[in-house]
Design a protein around this ligand. Structure first.
Ligand code: NAP
Length: 312
């Protein structure tokens, strides 16, 4: 068992590291439980980030995360690269259990992020890692000069399709509606890319193959007509689900599993527990809004600690 700290931040995306920067600069020496395999959050699977203010030429997602981490560490934040497996958030001293030990703190900032949403169709699990992927930057290279599909119509799917068009012979963008949700700048780039073919009003209903993925079975959402699309790789890019599972029996969440906060603050239903980033955000889910809410959580935690001390 370690000493009781002022702040533990659970999560190491833009929200987590920003919370760490602010609490570190306030002299609170935060400990960041950064995660084992998925440290850095969703931006680790992104290529160019073009809309984070201050980077007019764009910055690679992993590079941005490295900079946020080093900024936090420069001011005294410490990180452990392990997963929080259990949290006891109810007492005045909160306890975070990890594979590398148990850590205690007076406040905990939950920056748990989100996980890939799955298609939940037959064949998805079977061919996961054998053609089905959730990360173009990780796996795109394996499908050089082959037929690739991307499922989804948001900014993520558009970004993935544009990235993959440098590898695949054709990139099939499969979207269930007749227009993209993605921003106009990305939608225009999709329309202008000769290697990207958009399949409008289409959903994947099954994935088939023998050793590896060979065919995506599509259904027209208007006519119900089925068709077979031969593909070697299929990238699922249909959004994310909040990663609140580890705390949802203690913290009040909404029907979608997003942690509820007392807006405009980041306070949760438990004293000393604050939440920020994708795990609270249905709507915006941008790196910059996550970073902004991480800042708010840090200031809220700081105020909480000051108030506690004023009563001691
Ligand atoms: P998103 O905006 O929620 O889009 C998810 C897409 O997947 C939607 O087009 C949705 O279809 C589709 N979808 C959802 N469930 C589906 C299912 N079961 N089967 C088939 N399709 C399904 O998620 P996102 O694209 O991951 O983006 C998340 C946030 O990150 C957004 O705020 C986005 O702006 C941001 N982001 C920004 C950038 C950038 O600016 N460069 C890059 C990536 C992400 P419908 O359209 O029919 O709902």
């Amino acid at each position: 068992m370690s000493e009781v700290r002022d702040v533990i931040v659970v999560g190491s995306g833009p929200a987590g590291w920003t919370a760490a920067i602010y609490t570190a600069r306030a002299g609170l020496e935060p400990l960041v439980i950064a995660g084992a395999l998925e440290a850095g959050g969703a931006l680790m699977n992104t290529t160019e980030v073009e809309n984070f203010p201050g980077w007019p030429d764009g910055i690679l997602g992993p590079d941005l995360m490295e900079k946020l981490q080093s900024q936090a560490e420069k001011f005294g934040a410490k990180a452990v690269f392990t997963d929080a497996t259990a949290l006891d958030l109810t007492g005045s001293v909160k306890r975070v259990t990890t594979d590398d030990g148990v850590f205690e703190a007076r406040t905990v900032i939950l920056a748990l992020g989100s996980a890939y949403r799955k298609l939940n169709v037959p064949g998805e699990e079977e061919f996961s890692g054998k053609g089905v992927s959730y990360c173009a930057t990780c796996d795109g290279f394996f499908f050089r000069n082959q037929e690739i599909a991307v499922v989804g119509g948001g900014d993520s799917a558009a970004t993935e399709a544009l990235f993959l068009s440098r590898f695949g012979s054709t990139v099939h963008l499969i979207h269930r509606r007749d227009q993209l949700r993605a921003s106009k700048v990305l939608a225009d780039r999709i329309a202008a890319d000769p290697k990207i073919k958009v399949h409008w009003n289409s959903k994947v209903i099954e994935l088939k193959g023998s050793e590896a993925l060979e065919t995506a079975v599509l259904e027209d959402t208007v006519t119900g007509e089925k068709s077979q699309l031969p593909v070697a790789g299929l990238f699922v890019s249909i959004g994310h689900l909040p990663r609140s599972g580890v705390v949802k029996d203690q913290i009040t969440c909404d029907h979608g599993g997003y942690i509820l906060t007392e807006e405009p603050s980041t306070r949760t239903n438990l004293p000393g527990i604050f939440a920020c980033g994708d795990v609270v955000d249905h709507t915006y889910r941008q790196a910059i809004t996550a970073a902004g809410s991480g800042c708010k959580a840090a200031l809220d935690a700081q105020n909480f600690l000051e108030e506690q001390r004023s009563h001691e």
